[in-house]
Design a protein around this ligand. Sequence first.
Ligand code: FES
Ligand SMILES: [Fe+2]
Length: 364
Amino acid sequence: MTVLASGVEAGKVSATARFLRNAWYPALWSEELAVGALKPMTILSQPLVFFRKEDGAPAALMDRCSHRFAPLHMGKILPGDRVQCPYHGLEFGTSGACVRNPHGKGEISAANKVENFPVVEKHRILWIWMGAKPADEAQIPDFAVLDTDAEFAIMKLDRIVVKANYELVTDNLLDLSHTSYLHDGILGNAAMVDSEISIKPDGDGLTVGRSSSNTPIPGLFAPLFPGHKNVDKWNTIRWSAPANMLLRSGVCEHGSAPESGTGYYGIHLLMPETETTTHYMFTAVRWNILTDAEANRTIRETLTKTRRFAFEDQDAPVIEAQQLRLEAAGGAISPVMLAIDAGPVRYKRILQRRLEEEKQQGLA
Ligand code: FES
Ligand SMILES: [Fe+2]
């Protein structure tokens, strides 16, 4: 049995898939999909293939031919936005319908098609809609901070795969108390354990805040705010379903207005690959840059490298080990909840409501 991450409120372990279907999922960074390429991606345990049409617009089809199930990504793109299966040459249009059968009399039955999925390119991200409800572009979460062209403001558009359910990764991001332990010296420190936590509803999502007053500046922030030893430090992280998070992180002089300081937006996008593996896309965008161009070049490299190190080498090993512990327990354990779990508890409540709505509407 596959055991998933902690469940709702009481944190019970769930043994059923908790994938929201009618939602936008971040599949790829725009720059990861070249014209002419067929890019396979597994999303919610379904094999998909992404490609660009001749006009550059992105498209996605089920990566499984209707004939004998060969993966379409092993085939090729033909003129007219057609994907040709590598095995016996059936050709599919972007609607998923078979448009050419090179065999026999070339007949094409109505059943000869593969599923297609709406894909929208926005904020440097390819968003895919996995549900049966009509896709609503207005529901794409706001990551407009990524639309900037400012030099050195955006860090590398990066990704890792975490071998754990996406809810465990979300729990990590909505409870940043762990930065004082797992990321001690980089993103947090012992003085920041005693932080104030706030939770605010934010549209259909929520924002979790965490702030510390007059604390030693964490290592990653020191080059962004040179000459400061002690600072006020704050994070707010906005969650929207299923698992798209925008962090605003900053430091300022103790007692001064937060906007007078500097920091970055952390973009954290989770896309469940399977029940136990998650594509974790991340980058950062600096705000109120106070350093000069030469320093900014170095800071870009440092932020890119250090954040990846924090997520890949510090967060992921613990989260993956949690997943294994949950699996080993076979779903028979419940977590003890602490004050720091306020964010995770609240997002799970919203996620659970959305999942139940889908079930009731027959959309799950
Ligand atoms: S498996 Fe695709 S054409 Fe036969
Ligand atoms: Fe972390």
